[in-house]
Design a protein around this ligand. Sequence first.
Ligand SMILES: [Zn+2]
Length: 118
Amino acid sequence: MKRLLLVLVLTGCLSPTEPDGAYPFDPPDIYSVWYSETVRCLGGSAASFDGIEWYLVPGDGWISPNLHRTIIGAYYPSDEIFIAEGFRFHRSVVTHEILHYLHSPEHPAPPFGVCDHS
Ligand SMILES: [Zn+2]
């Protein structure tokens, strides 16, 4: 439960301001594995992994001026996912944002707290 709270606090789930310095990147192969696992956990999805536009943000997090806290991952309804460089291989951060893309901009639990490996 503590880890779930950490992810919820640090990920920018409420449309934070887009981070400065973000740049597009090709997701590493492990992301498609995590994506498939998340889809399986949900019991299926018609969405496509290729529908996500991935961005990295320099550093270990960015300050969101409108949320007044440090963010390490964020999903935007335009199907863009931003991940702080320092957390790009943190499964729980990446799958949390994938779950937003696949399921909901909110945090219904479950599947949040289960399918995002928090
Ligand atoms: Zn979230």
